[in-house]
Design a protein around this ligand. Sequence first.
Ligand SMILES: O=C1O[C@H](COP(=O)(O)O)[C@@H](O)[C@H](O)[C@H]1O
Length: 259
Amino acid sequence: MDGAGPAHQGPARAVVVHPSADALAEATAARLLLAILDAQSVRHPVHVALTGGTVGIRLLERARRTPLTEAVDWTGVHLWWGDERFVPRADPERNEGQARAALIDHLPIPAQNVHPMAATEDVATAEEGAAAYAAELAAYGGADGPLVFDVVLLGMGPDAHVASLFPGHPALGATGTTAVAVHDSPKPPPDRISLTFEALESARQVWLVVAGAEKSGAVRRALGGATDAQETPAAVVAGRDVTLWLLDTAAAGADPGLV
Ligand SMILES: O=C1O[C@H](COP(=O)(O)O)[C@@H](O)[C@H](O)[C@H]1O
């Protein structure tokens, strides 16, 4: 585990580099299940926000296969999403459907503990979907404030987007709410719902799980001290206690500080 450089202030940030995308998925699955078990020893319930994306889904497939999954009390875990594509529920693009097939459908988790974002059958607009999600998150908050995620999993795009918060996009600036509608997403599909920075940063731990050489430039910028959320959203997202960058060697690139 390496420190990420002098530019970062605040809670602990660490970078872990794995030899391949497969190793990253395998290790992150184990890390997630252990984090849930740790949290369950001190809190009830435990809240986790899932990510879509290539590694985000692969790590859920790995989690399904590890015996650690059986040690978790899934009745005490709530699963949320960092973002969702605003498409019909059966659309293969939906993060929800992919996560259900990879893991959730195989868990003894009560249906009411799974909190997907709205599909197009549920509401007329992504705005309505975002408002409904913000209300659901608020309902699970305590008297003293909003819901605190134990772990937020995030993928990252080559453009340094996290969840569906894209560089230069108006949704980046959303404040005073935990969920926002996204239109004209530079990555298809164009209509999405995303947690806001405010919601992501309410997490105790934020983990950015990133694989692939095409993302090494964005990783270098984010870990190299970029501070402009409009240019490099991934650079500014942080957990209250811990921010973990979990990379494969390709995403870490040639930076001798990371490999
Ligand atoms: O569109 C999205 O992309 C990112 C990253 O996906 P990847 O396939 O490049 O790993 C993902 O984190 C996000 O949830 C998803 O909606």
